[in-house]
Design a binder for this molecule. Structure first.
Ligand code: ADP
Ligand code: MG
Length: 356
């Protein structure tokens, strides 16, 4: 069934998010068919191939003749009011964020009123493709990518924004291993309202469906939807582990199987946070007794930098002892190579630094 377009809802969010420039001049639009997908875009763009698609959009590569550059165009077809709201928030987030490791928005527009187009800088591939390609990732490049991923997350959390869908397909890479986080379709502002970003309505509770299961913080499942931005850190840990293992770390078939796979490695979880601190703590004492429970056991037969293994132990753990992005960036794993990382960045040029 096609979504019955309600201009009132769209106008409400456009006004609220201060995105009035989204309504574009429709006079120079042209219809292109790429694979099975139709794109209604300005004649200034020459679309070529489909780069990927996900739950909400389909993305094509195009040449922007006016600005002489290649771009990625994400087309989103709205199918309900929630998708209107989510995707307009996605544009708002991209519009405001400005960091080397976050995909850069060039423009966005609404045509025929039920389609939204988001035009961003073009990257070479996503991390999923890199992980499952035959390309060997050197330790140096691995460290460089992990550093950038954490730096992007630190920036987001500094703004009070949770990404809520960190996974290899939402992380983009170029040939030089420059990394950018994309797909802010599930992102949420969780405190403050600085920089013109409104906190999402209360109508969308934190209990919403979030984070693809394999990368989902067990706190989200066990704590009945009460979780923090550290859920992104769990996902980052799972992504890094997947880069090392070349397979997903916890690939549960459903939520129950997911939790079983996690507890087999990490031991029983601490009691939910809502319980009072006093009284017997059966889970906790069992965890304390079983100190051998750690994600490190997964890597025991693998050639991995022991410092990276220690960092992962602090990312893939229950929330009460999990690192923040800042703590992770200060881990000894990065220390000796920090100068090296900065030398690479210097070479890439200060333009890539973004606002920090
Ligand atoms: N700027 C880009 N450069 C290159 N590929 C991209 C770009 N943006 C998206 N892609 C590809 O398209 C896929 C879907 O884009 P994404 O923004 O994640 O949409 P969805 O919300 O549908 O998941 C990504 O997984 C990636 O493979
Ligand atoms: Mg995606």
């Amino acid at each position: 069934m096609t979504y019955k377009f309600d201009k009132g809802i769209i106008d409400k969010y456009i006004k609220k998010l201060d995105l009035t420039e989204l309504y574009s001049d429709e006079s120079d639009l042209k219809k292109y068919k790429i694979s099975i997908y139709e794109f209604l875009i300005s004649e200034n763009y020459e679309p070529s191939i489909i780069l990927g698609n996900g739950a909400y959009g389909v993305v094509c590569k195009a040449y922007d003749k006016k600005n002489n550059r290649y771009v990625a165009i994400k087309k989103i077809v709205w199918d309900d009011d929630i998708s209107v709201k989510r995707t307009l928030f996605e544009v708002k987030f991209l519009n405001i964020l400005n960091h080397t490791n976050i995909i850069k928005l060039y423009s966005a527009s609404i045509h025929e009123s039920i389609e939204l187009y988001i035009i961003t800088e073009l990257m070479d591939y996503d991390l999923h493709k890199l992980i499952y390609s035959s390309e060997k990732i050197t330790n140096k490049n691995l460290k460089y990518m992990i550093y950038q991923l954490l730096d992007g997350i630190k920036y987001l959390h500094g703004y009070g924004i949770m990404h809520r869908d960190i996974k290899p397909k939402n992380i983009l890479i170029n040939q030089n291993y420059l990394l950018k986080i994309c797909d802010f379709g599930l992102a949420k502002k969780y405190h403050g309202s600085a920089h013109g970003l409104p906190v999402s309505d209360n109508s969308e509770k934190m209990t919403d469906y979030v984070v693809t299961r394999w990368y989902r913080d067990p706190t989200i499942i066990l704590n009945k939807g009460i979780y923090t931005e550290l859920a992104d850190i769990w996902s980052v840990g799972c992504v890094i582990a997947e880069m090392v293992l070349k397979r997903p770390l916890f690939d549960g078939d459903d939520e129950k199987d997911q939790i079983e796979k996690i507890t087999k490695v990490l031991g029983p979880p601490p009691e939910p946070r809502s319980l009072p601190e006093a009284g017997p703590r059966p889970w906790r004492s069992r965890v304390e007794k079983a100190k051998h429970w750690s994600v490190k056991s997964v890597f025991s037969n693998i050639n991995i930098d022991p410092k990276l293994c220690d960092l992962l132990d602090n990312l893939i753990c229950y929330e009460d002892v999990r690192f923040t992005a800042d703590e992770a960036l200060n881990h000894p794993y990065f220390m000796e190579d920090k100068s090296l990382i900065f030398r690479i960045w210097d070479k890439l040029g200060p333009a890539l630094w973004g606002r920090r």
